[in-house]
Structure formats: structure tokens, C-alpha cells
Design a protein around this ligand. Structure first.
Ligand SMILES: Nc1ncnc2c1ncn2[C@@H]1O[C@H](COP(=O)(O)OP(=O)(O)OP(=O)(O)O)[C@@H](O)[C@H]1O
Length: 350
């Protein structure tokens, strides 16, 4: 549905040029919720703004449903942009207009008649749960409500794609949750493809089906969210994943857990996905290898409805038996295991 080919963006500066995007190749399929995550300065904003040519790419192609946006003239581009709604971190509402008039704005520009506009505005305000706020002004609304207006406005021209530029970054966690729920609903009910950029892995975990990781203007990792969470390969990805997992590990435990006596045992971290999350893994280890397993930390979460767990276990007993137990875990397809060998890696490194 969207194909991004060799996308480059260079900002010319007086002293030196900044190469913000260094040749991005990505494909977003119809109906996906595709997330692009990356640290500050990685090029996320440049990327999303290049997607609808708010920012002109220095090189490359943006192909939406077979149409190369970079090859269009101004008039054609204006038309093509209707297929790409966009919402922003700071909502970008017109403060002198009511909620209804904000949503009506793109329809007025598209020369829709009054009746069409009224019907569409009512339908969209209903969809985003703001039917009772039609006559309010943005300043009378909470951040979450303002973003709902932004979403309704972005949907006014029935776009095929919704671009979200850090859409929840200025919202508190609870409001973030409700906006993400709304985006998921829109994706499911209206079949709209969503492309979002964020620096929060929580957002990726909550709604995305696919994720690309951007670092210094390049995509360094891309895949299904569940795979990226369970098998992150690049350091930048590991850091993002770790941030979420570590968020749940009590500080006290993280500082206490050390591998004090390697000759007496091993500290291991196990990640498990899907059905393996419900297997009696630890009791099998203890039973089959006659070793002791002391669970220091455990957590089960869900990504895309699939259980995803993490355990930190101290194995003690006969070292040969422990090594055999670890080998056995290594052979399992659905379990990812790591032996924690020093204090530094205890902060749950992958
Ligand atoms: N208009 C501009 N002129 C010059 N340089 C720019 C411009 N916009 C962005 N840059 C530079 O391009 C690089 C990528 O910036 P961009 O804003 O796309 O990253 P980001 O991942 O969105 O960062 P953040 O999360 O901090 O918003 C940075 O080095 C930034 O300083």
C-alpha cells in the first residue's frame, strides 16, 4: 500500500548539511498499524513529514497505492494528500474555531456543500466520542479531547492512511491509552492504515502490528512487533525493549541480584512467547535435572494478544546438571534464554 524507496532528506545548513534520512526502504501493507521508533534526532519527524511531502524529500520515492507522490505536480499532490490524514503531537487545532468548525475545515477547503459538511462532522464527532462538544472551543477541552478533534479532522476527507506524529507524547498515560484505543478502533472499523512515529515502546507494544527502528537516519531493524520484542538484535532496539521490561522490575531487586558464586549456580533470564508461556517450564527443569530454581523475577504481558513472559531464575545444584538444563532450554523454539554472567548484564540485557 505504501512503498518507501531510498528516501533521503538532507537539510542544508550554513555551516554544514544535516543528513536526517540516509536512504530508507520500507513497505507498509494495507490495514497495518506500522510504528517507527527511534531516539531523539534519529529522523522520525523528518520521515513522517516526508511521507505526505510536508517536507520535500531530497531523494527517493513515496508510492501510495501505486502512485508516486514525489512525481506529482502541486494540484495532483493536493488531491493525493486527501488520502493521507495526519495528527500531531500538539494537535494543531484552530483556536478561534469551534470543535465542529475545526472538523469541518478540510471539507470547506474541498468545497463540500453545507449539508454534506454537517452530516460528516456529526458522524466524526460521534466516532471520536465528542458529539456533545461540537460548540466548544479547543481551549475548553482537555489534551485528550483536543487530540480526538485532531483525529476527527484528519478523517474528514475519508483518507486511506492516517499519519500520527508523536500523537500521544504530550498526554498522560491514561489519556494515551484511550487515544490508542480509539486509533485501534478506527483501524479496525474503517480499515484505515496507520503509520505512527513515537519514542515510546509502550505505544508500539499497545497498538502496532509492525515496527521499524530508526537510528541516525537509517532503519536498523524491522519486523512484527512480537518478534522485535522477543528477539531484538540491535543495541538501540534492545534498549527500547529493556526500558519497558525494566519498568516492571523493582529497583531493589535489580540492584540486589548479582552472580556472586558462579561455581555454585547460574543466573538465567528466560523469555517465552505464546503457548510456551503456560508450560510448566521451571518445575520441569527442577524435576528433570534435579536442580534448584529460585525465581527472582517474573512477568507476563501480552503483545498483540500473545502472552509474552520474562523470568529471572537462579539455578543452583550440580553444575553439569545446570549446564544440561540450560542446553535443553536453548533447544526450545519458543523460549529465549540468556545466562547472566556479570553484574552489568543483570539489568536484563538481551
Ligand atoms: N528544519 C531543519 N533544519 C535543519 N536540520 C533539521 C531540521 N529538522 C530536523 N533537522 C535535523 O535532522 C535530524 C533529524 O531530526 P528529526 O526531527 O527528524 O528527528 P526525530 O527523531 O524526530 O527527533 P525528536 O524525537 O527529537 O523529535 C536532527 O539532527 C535534526 O537536528
Amino acid at each position: 500500500m505504501i512503498e518507501i524507496k531510498n528516501l533521503k532528506k538532507v537539510y542544508s545548513g550554513e555551516e554544514k548539511d544535516v543528513e536526517a534520512l540516509k536512504g530508507i526502504d520500507l513497505k507498509v501493507e494495507h490495514g497495518e498499524i506500522f510504528g517507527l521508533i527511534g531516539p531523539s534526532g534519529a529522523g522520525k519527524s523528518s520521515f513522517i513529514r516526508c511521507l505526505n511531502l510536508l517536507e520535500e524529500p531530497t531523494a527517493g520515492q513515496i508510492i501510495v497505492d501505486g502512485q508516486d507522490l514525489t512525481a506529482l505536480n502541486t494540484k495532483e499532490l493536493r488531491e493525493a494528500r486527501k488520502e493521507l490524514g495526519m495528527i500531531f503531537q500538539n494537535f494543531n487545532l484552530l483556536n478561534s474555531r469551534t470543535v465542529a468548525d475545526n472538523v469541518a475545515f478540510p471539507l470547506e477547503i474541498a468545497d463540500a456543500n453545507k449539508e454534506e459538511i454537517n452530516d460528516k462532522v456529526s458522524e466524526l464527532l460521534e466516532l471520536v466520542g465528542l458529539a456533545d462538544k461540537a460548540d466548544s472551543y479547543p481551549s475548553q477541552l482537555s489534551g485528550g479531547q483536543q487530540q480526538r478533534v485532531g483525529i476527527a479532522r484528519a478523517l474528514a476527507n475519508d483518507p486511506k492512511v492516517l499519519l500520527c506524529d508523536e500523537a500521544t507524547s504530550s498526554l498522560d498515560p491514561e489519556t494515551t491509552h484511550s487515544i490508542l484505543d480509539l486509533l485501534r478502533d478506527i483501524n479496525e472499523k474503517l480499515g484505515i492504515t496507520i503509520v505512527l512515529i513515537t519514542h515510546e515502546m509502550e505505544v508500539i507494544k499497545e497498538i502496532c502490528t509492525k515496527v521499524a527502528v530508526l537510528e541516525a537516519g537509517k532503519v536498523v531493524e524491522v519486523g512484527d512487533v512480537i518478534d522485535i520484542f522477543t528477539k531484538p538484535e540491535k543495541n538501540v532496539t534492545k534498549k527500547f525493549v529493556q526500558r519497558i521490561i525494566n519498568a516492571n522490575v523493582p529497583e531493589e531487586l535489580l540492584s540486589r541480584v548479582t552472580v556472586e558464586n558462579p561455581e555454585h549456580g547460574r543466573l538465567i533470564k528466560i523469555c517465552f512467547v505464546g503457548d510456551s508461556a503456560s508450560e510448566p517450564l521451571v518445575s520441569d527443569l527442577v524435576h528433570n535435572f534435579q536442580i534448584d530454581a529460585n525465581i527472582l523475577y517474573g512477568n507476563i504481558d501480552k503483545i498483540q494478544g500473545i502472552p509474552f513472559g520474562t523470568l529471572i531464575i537462579e539455578l543452583t545444584g550440580d553444575l553439569d546438571q545446570i549446564e544440561s538444563a540450560i542446553d535443553c532450554l536453548h533447544e526450545s523454539d519458543n523460549v529465549r534464554i540468556e545466562v547472566i554472567t556479570d553484574e552489568e548484564s543483570v539489568s536484563i540485557h538481551y
